[in-house]
Every structure is written in structure tokens, then in C-alpha cells.
Design a protein around this ligand. Structure first.
Ligand code: ADP
Length: 603
């Protein structure tokens, strides 16, 4: 869609201010400036200087006398007294004197010079300044004169707009929003029967899943204007400005109805008002205004508000009550099929060699969001250009997934041979423990090429299908696989290194979640010991248990991990020969594919 710039009403303001400044300047500053170099003296001084002959030029006005000393470098001024002898004394002192000199300047010219010329000058200055400010503010003026204006980016109908077909893998969300599109297209159908559309729709989900995109697609499909603004843009330095921006935004939207208002990151203004210290008056006023505006317009005016957030639990209940944002549309991370569809949508923008298996790529990118998948496609295209190729191949895409997961390959690795061998054992440990347990995902690739993210190597497992549930034994196998790296160092090289630090963190997280959240320990059963608060943003959690219980949990976590570590050690000891053989193979080749790995392991 095309963005439209707002009319530059504020220019008029600039002119008004320039004019006021000019008036003040003329009134106060000019006379003072003119007087600056003139010294005021009393009449006595003037008389003494005349008597001493220390006098140059003299100009006698109606109520002032301006004179210079003999050198004519200093100018003095004094008042006029009734002094009939003055002319004689001046003559005797050889002064050059005259009455008031009024230069014959035409009144028109003087008017032009003192009024019209400065006005034109200030108008031009105002114009240049306002252009410079607008440029600085990215064409979206946010300077002082614009406080209280909404600054919303306005997009109007255009044929190049985003459509539902551009947003892939979020079919449920699209389905719920199709009704909104239909309503905007055809409001009579709804009003005839007495139905009214929800005024607000809340799009919730993790970052990068396409919430902004789908909101734009709704406007694109319905062919209506789209007002877009981020929640944080409402919050200003001065209390009341945000509220006035909300009024302005709704005012504009009502003029353009039917239309869509999109508020991104609504949690910036919509947070629960709980009067805690640190709560912000400006934010609360803005929220109150938003609530009032939403109540103020009828359901059938044709203005629909879409808002996006990844922290729905922090929103004020008043905002989510029926009649406001009463419809909630989840926009979740895409599943396997969704990932494949998103990859295909974005692959349309690049040239490929036609032999791409998108399903494989989607499998490898498990857990990736739409934005990450778009990034993977772009990375692959960049990689192809770097290699001097004209089209993108499967290998480019696979490598770009690794770049997104683990960073770029480090060109000048500083690993010694001994270290490289330890890393080879470590990675093979993960792979063998994974392969020797039932029900684990197959190995796709093992590599010991160091990455810029700091990883010295990694083992890539890919899920065959979507996984929505994990069994207790699957969690245990995952912990065993994570401990497999350290176990292989112990079994194969006879020493342990710092290389396992990341595995340790992951294994602990998993074990703790199994006990505290998934009720998988016999000791505590189904008691919730912690609750997750921030589901879409990494999942912060709050403890629901006492310090005593926590100490017991720590024991259980340690036991669980220890048990799995022992299991990993025994798997590797049983397969010691294969471990040596595969570690050496990896040491020499640096990268081993899943196929090679299984061939060596099974023969
Ligand atoms: P959000 O608002 O949820 O954080 P965005 O809508 O801003 O995410 O998405 C960022 C980018 O990611 C989009 O511009 C698009 O290129 C890509 N993207 C995300 N989700 C999808 C999707 N479902 N289909 C296609 N592209 C997507």
C-alpha cells in the first residue's frame, strides 16, 4: 500500500511565529541595538567638553543632542535644555553643528525595508527550517508544533497492497479475519439483520509471526484505508498529549470510514492500571482516552481497530471487555506445513534452480517464525550472490538455516588439533546417544566447523512431523542427548571441558520444567510449582512454592540429570568402538551428513 503524507498545516504556524518574532524584534531589540554604541552623559559633561574645545560634530534634535569628542571616535548623547548661549559656545569651540537631520527616505521604501523585507526573510527561513525538520523526522513530523497530532502512517488503497495470499501458514487467523473483510466490503448485509461487528480485534502471538502483515492484508483485501501507529508513539513527554493523539487518530479515521486502524504493540499503552509505583500518568490518560473513543463510536461506523501484542496477559481488563477488543485472534508460530508455505511465498521473490525441497528446509527450521523464515530465504540469496551464482540452490538454503541458528562459519579457526578432536568426540556423543535411543528425531548433520556465535560444533536433529506433546520418556531422552556430549568427553578422551556449558543450561531447564510445570515427578505429582507469565516472549515464570520445596526440587533435578548422564555414559561405553571411529571420521571430515553417520554406525 502507498503511504500518504499528512497536509503541512503546521507551516502556517511557523509563519505566525516568525511574524510574532519579527514584531518583538522591531519593538525591543532594534532601538536598543542602535543605542548600543552611544554613551549617555549629563548636560554638564556636554558643557564642560564644549568649554574645553573637546567637541567634534554636534546634532541638535528636538529633545536630544548627539555629539562626538574631538577625535570623533566616541559618540555621546544628552537631553536638551533651554540654553540660548549654546550656539555661540559651540561656534567658539569650532564644533561642526547642525539641527536634526532627517534623511529624505521615501515612506514606501522605508516601509518595505523595515516590514516587508524582514517578513519575506523570515518566511523563507521558516520554510527552510520546517523542511529540514521534516526530513529529520523521516517525513513524519514529530516536532514540537505537532504535539497532539496522531502521526499515524496512513496507507490508502493501491493495487500493490498486501493480500491474504502473501501471508502464509496462519490459516486460522485468516479465517477469523475474513469476516471483518466481508463486513467492510458489505456492511449492509450485517446491518440489515441487526448484527454489528466487533469494534476491536486483538492479534496475539510471538514476535515475527506476521501480525502486522495480516492486519495490512485485511485492509488490502477490503480495499480500505489503513491507519497504522505503534503504541509507544502515543506516549509523549507531556501528560495529555497521548490522549490528544488518540482523539486525532479517531477523528481522522472517522472521516475516512470505512477503514482500519492498526495499533502495534498495544501493551505500551494498554497495560493494566494497578497504581503501582512507577505507573505513568501519561500512559493511563492515553488508555482512558482510547477506551472512551472506542465507546464513543457506534459499531457500524465502519471503523475497525486491529491491535497487536505479544503480552496479552498484561493488558488492562477494561480494554479486553466486550464492546472493545472483544475478539482475540491468535497468530501462532507456524507448524511444519505453515513453514513450508511461508518459505514458498518468500521464495517467489528470489531466483531458484527449481530443485528445492521446501519440506526438508521447513523440517530443519523447526520453531522458526515467519520473520525468521523470510530471513533464511534472504540469507540464501545473499550466499548465492557471494558465491557468484545466478540462482539459489538447496545447499544455499540449508547453509543459511545454519547461519540463522548458529551464526556464520568462522574463517580462521584457532582450534588446536587436540581441541578439535575433543569437539569431535563431544558432537559424536550427542549423535550416538540420540541414535541409540528409541523415539528420537533422526540426525541430519554433524559438524565441527566453528561458528561466529561461539559454537564449536553442533548436531542437527530434525523432527519428522509436528510435535505438540512430549512424553516423559521423550523428555528424559532429550536430557540424555544433551548430556551425551560431556559423557563422550569422559568416555572417549578421559577428561571434561568447558564445551558442555550450553548443554548443561538446556538440560537443567528441561529437567526443571518437567518437575515444576509438567507434574512429572512422583514426589510432587500434579502440583504446579511455577507458572509461566510471559508465554510469547521467552516464558518468564513465577515460583509458587516455598524455599523448602525449592530445595527438594533442586535435588530431584540433580538426580534426574545425573541418571540421564549415567545412561548416556553407558550407551557410549557399549558403543566405544563406534564412538572412536565416528569421532575420528568427523575430525578428518569436519562435517558428516546424517546418511554417512547412520551407515558407519550400523555397519
Ligand atoms: P509481527 O507483527 O508479528 O511481529 P510482522 O508482521 O512484522 O510480525 O512480520 C515481519 C516479517 O516477517 C514480514 O514482513 C514478513 O516478511 C515475514 N512474515 C512473518 N510472518 C509471515 C507469514 N505468516 N507469511 C509470510 N511472511 C511472514
Amino acid at each position: 500500500m502507498k503511504e500518504v503524507k499528512r497536509p503541512r498545516k503546521q507551516l502556517i504556524l511557523y509563519y505566525a511565529i516568525a511574524l510574532a518574532a519579527l514584531l518583538l524584534f522591531n519593538l525591543f531589540a532594534m532601538p536598543r541595538l542602535a543605542e548600543k554604541s552611544v554613551t549617555q552623559v549629563d548636560y554638564g559633561t556636554f558643557m564642560t567638553m564644549t568649554a574645553e574645545g573637546n567637541i567634534g560634530k554636534v546634532e541638535i534634535g528636538t529633545n536630544y543632542i548627539v555629539f562626538t569628542d574631538k577625535t570623533q571616535e566616541n559618540i555621546y548623547k544628552t537631553g536638551v535644555l533651554n540654553d540660548p548661549e549654546l550656539i555661540n559656545r559651540l561656534h567658539q569651540a569650532n564644533a561642526v553643528f547642525s539641527g536634526e537631520i532627517t534623511e529624505e527616505v521615501s515612506p514606501f521604501l522605508s516601509f518595505v525595508l523595515s516590514w516587508i523585507f524582514p517578513i519575506i526573510f523570515f518566511i523563507i527561513l521558516g520554510n527552510i527550517l520546517s523542511k529540514a525538520f521534516m526530513k529529520k523526522a523521516g517525513g513524519n513530523n514529530s516536532m514540537m508544533f505537532n504535539l497532539g497530532k496522531s502521526n499515524a502512517k496512513i496507507y490508502v488503497k493501491s493495487s500493490g497492497g498486501i493480500r491474504f495470499s502473501d501471508v502464509a501458514g496462519v490459516d486460522e487467523a485468516k479465517e477469523s479475519l475474513k469476516e471483518v473483510v466481508d463486513y467492510l466490503d458489505n456492511p449492509e448485509k450485517y446491518t440489515a439483520i441487526g448484527a454489528s461487528m466487533p469494534k476491536g480485534v486483538l492479534l496475539v502471538g510471538p514476535p515475527g509471526t506476521g501480525k502486522t502483515m495480516i492486519a495490512k492484508a485485511v485492509a488490502g483485501e477490503a480495499n480500505v484505508p489503513f491507519f497504522s501507529m505503534s503504541g509507544s508513539e502515543f506516549v509523549e513527554m507531556f501528560v495529555g498529549m497521548g490522549a490528544s493523539k488518540v482523539r486525532d487518530l479517531f477523528g481522522q479515521a472517522k472521516e475516512k470510514a470505512p477503514c482500519i486502524i492498526f495499533i502495534d504493540e498495544i501493551d505500551a499503552i494498554g497495560q493494566r492500571r494497578d497504581g503501582r509505583p512507577g505507573s505513568n500518568d501519561e500512559r493511563e490518560q492515553t488508555l482512558n482516552q482510547l477506551l472512551t473513543e472506542m465507546d464513543g463510536f457506534e459499531g457500524n461506523t465502519g471503523v475497525i481497530i486491529l491491535a497487536a501484542t505479544n503480552r496479552p496477559e498484561t493488558l488492562d481488563p477494561a480494554l479486553t471487555r466486550p464492546g472493545r477488543f472483544d475478539r482475540r485472534v491468535p497468530v501462532e508460530l507456524p507448524d511444519l506445513k505453515g513453514r513450508e508455505a511461508i518459505l514458498k511465498v518468500h521464495a517467489k521473490r528470489i531466483k531458484t534452480d527449481g530443485n528445492i525441497n521446501y519440506l526438508t528446509i521447513a523440517r530443519m527450521a523447526s520453531g522458526a517464525s515467519g520473520a525468521e523464515l523470510a530471513n533464511i530465504i534472504n540469507e540464501a540469496a545473499l550466499r548465492a550472490v557471494r558465491a557468484g551464482k545466478e540462482v539459489v540452490s538447496q545447499a544455499d538454503l540449508e547453509e543459511s538455516i545454519e547461519v540463522v541458528i548458529a551464526g556464520y562459519q568462522k574463517k580462521n579457526s584457532l582450534l588446536t588439533d587436540k581441541e578439535k578432536l575433543v569437539v569431535a568426540y563431544h558432537e559424536m556423543g550427542h549423535a550416538i546417544v540420540a541414535a541409540k535411543q528409541a523415539g528420537t528425531s533422526p540426525i541430519q548433520k554433524i559438524t565441527i566447523v566453528p561458528r561466529t556465535s561461539g559454537a564449536l560444533g553442533y548436531t542437527l536433529q530434525t523432527e519428522e512431523d509436528n510435535k505438540y506433546l512430549l512424553t516423559k520418556s521423550e523428555i528424559e531422552s532429550r536430557i540424555a542427548i544433551l548430556t551425551g556430549g560431556r559423557a563422550a568427553e569422559q568416555v572417549g578422551v578421559g577428561t571434561v571441558t568447558t564445551g558442555a556449558s550450553n548443554d548443561i543450561i538446556e538440560a537443567t531447564k528441561l529437567a526443571r520444567a518437567a518437575i515444576m510445570r509438567f507434574g512429572m515427578s512422583e514426589h510432587f505429582g500434579m502440583t504446579a510449582l511455577e507458572t509461566q507469565t510471559n508465554v510469547y516472549l521467552g516464558g518468564d515464570s513465577v515460583l509458587n512454592c516455598s524455599a523448602d520445596t525449592m530445595a527438594k526440587v533442586d535435588h530431584l533435578v540433580t538426580d534426574l540429570i545425573k541418571m540421564q548422564y549415567d545412561k548416556a555414559c553407558s550407551i557410549l561405553t557399549e558403543n566405544r568402538k563406534k564412538l572412536d571411529e565416528l569421532a575420528l571420521y568427523l575430525y578428518h571430515n569436519e562435517t558428516v551428513s546424517g546418511k554417512e553417520f547412520y551407515e558407519i554406525l550400523e555397519n
